[in-house]
Design a protein around this ligand. Structure first.
Ligand code: V47
Length: 407
């Protein structure tokens, strides 16, 4: 350990960062984090108010390294959006259509099967599937889509349907959420993604998404899923009309729910993309704001195992940097993203596994291919990357740049 560095469970806070935190008036917060103590709302406020992003990032990095060392996780996955028809009318969304619009669509189970068959050569471990709140679909539709997926790839993990979709099914089919979840699980559902949380406060709900469930219902469905053995993620959509207090409410609510169920895997901060939405007059959060949110998420959510820097939304460049500001996961190869691209995202719609590995290695982290539940992929898989999922040594000469990743 270099002089002045402070150790915390094997992870090291460089002396210079420790000093910077002291000078920024964050010495107490630093000491709490190093001692493994929980931060309060007041601490969270102080972190948002402080301009020293590098010092805050260094502190978040200690927590990240304490949990994961240098590992940075990724997954080979495929995103499918089964319908863009939605009755919720959220102001931040550029993806949804009303049933009557020309480009409204619903994929049949056979369409979903076809999409998956197009990628049978890729070692896809997870299907991430979400869609709009579309009351025209019968319950059997959802079960049939899952069954179709399992027919194509019996081993694939189906991570599907947000808490919002589950709550809508419960309402439409007049069944308790627990029954909906159990039947989906029987059909092959493996876990739930973290979408639809937006900002879990009455203020944001009223202004932005009053057509769908509020924070009480979102948390209740999440806890129900966890109790049934279905893990989930939790997102937070920021950079629109929310206040810092809203963000703190959101994270504290998630932290309390996690204390009860321990069912959340990753916290995923989602940076608002305004293009083609009813909030198109707003500007996108900056890279600084994105990194600050990643870092504060890591510091506040002490009981969340993972912080995901979703490269599609954050751009590969910022996601790479986020691996030093508290994030330990980049999500996956994604094929084919629609929600953010409709709202102006400029990242590519998919990325090869090799590129994700390059991104992680270039950031000085160790790529770990994972499954949905964050188990490192079992040895024995022979891939383009080498044997056992371990990246093959680079060819002699200058390392190839991840050129096709764009901005
Ligand atoms: O719930 C919608 C957000 C979410 C916009 O669990 C927008 O592993 C920014 O939840 N600008 C869907 N965000 C995506 C999502 C997700 C993504 C990756 C991984 C996981 C996971 C979950 O996208 C929505 C909403 O919060 N969203 N529109 C927009 N214009």
């Amino acid at each position: 350990m270099s002089p002045g560095a402070v150790a915390a469970g094997g992870a090291v806070l460089p002396g210079i960062a420790s000093l910077a935190l002291e000078r920024a008036g964050l010495g107490d917060i630093r000491d709490k984090v190093l001692a493994g103590e929980r931060l309060t709302r007041v601490d969270g406020r102080a972190l948002y108010a402080n301009p020293d992003l590098v010092a805050i990032g260094a502190l978040a990095n200690v927590v990240r390294e304490r949990r994961h060392g240098d590992a940075a996780y990724y997954i080979v996955n495929q995103h499918i959006n089964y319908t863009n028809v939605c009755v919720a009318g959220c102001k931040f969304c550029a993806f949804y259509r009303t049933a009557k619009q020309k480009d409204a669509y619903v994929l049949t189970p056979a369409d979903v099967e076809t999409r998956m068959r197009q990628h049978l050569d890729d070692p896809v471990r997870e299907i991430h599937m979400v869609g709009g709140v579309n009351p025209a679909l019968p319950f059997d539709y959802y079960l049939d889509v899952i069954r179709a997926m399992k027919r194509v790839r019996p081993e694939v993990h189906v991570k599907a349907f947000t808490m919002v979709e589950i709550a809508a099914m419960a309402e439409n089919f007049e069944l308790p959420p627990a029954t909906i979840l159990s039947r989906l699980k029987e059909a092959g559902l493996g876990s739930l993604p973290g979408g639809g949380a937006e900002i879990l406060t009455d203020h944001a709900h009223q202004v932005l998404f009053k057509g769908k469930i509020d924070h009480r219902a979102w948390i209740e469905v999440a806890k129900t899923a966890h109790r049934l053995g279905l893990k989930s993620n939790a997102t937070m959509l920021y950079g629109h009309v929310e206040t810092i207090e809203d963000r703190l409410d959101h994270m504290i609510l998630l932290r309390e729910a996690q204390d009860e169920t321990d069912g959340f895997m990753a916290f995923i901060p989602l940076s608002f993309h305004p293009e083609n939405t009813r909030l198109a007059h707003l500007s996108k959060p900056s890279a600084i704001e994105d990194l600050r949110q990643v870092a504060i998420g890591r510091l506040m959510l002490d009981n969340f195992p993972h912080i995901k820097a979703y490269w599609i939304m954050m751009t590969p460049r910022v996601a790479q940097a986020a691996l030093h500001f508290g994030a330990d996961d980049l999500d996956g190869t994604v094929v084919t993203e629609e929600i953010f691209h409709r709202a102006g995202a400029v990242s590519p719609q998919k990325v090869a596994e090799r590129r994700l590995v390059d991104l992680i290695e270039e950031a000085g982290r160790v790529p770990v291919e994972r499954d949905t539940l964050y188990n490192a992929v079992a040895p024995g898989r022979e891939t383009a990357l080498g044997v056992d999922g371990i990246a093959a040594p680079p060819p002699a000469g200058p390392a190839p740049r991840p050129a096709s990743l764009g901005a």
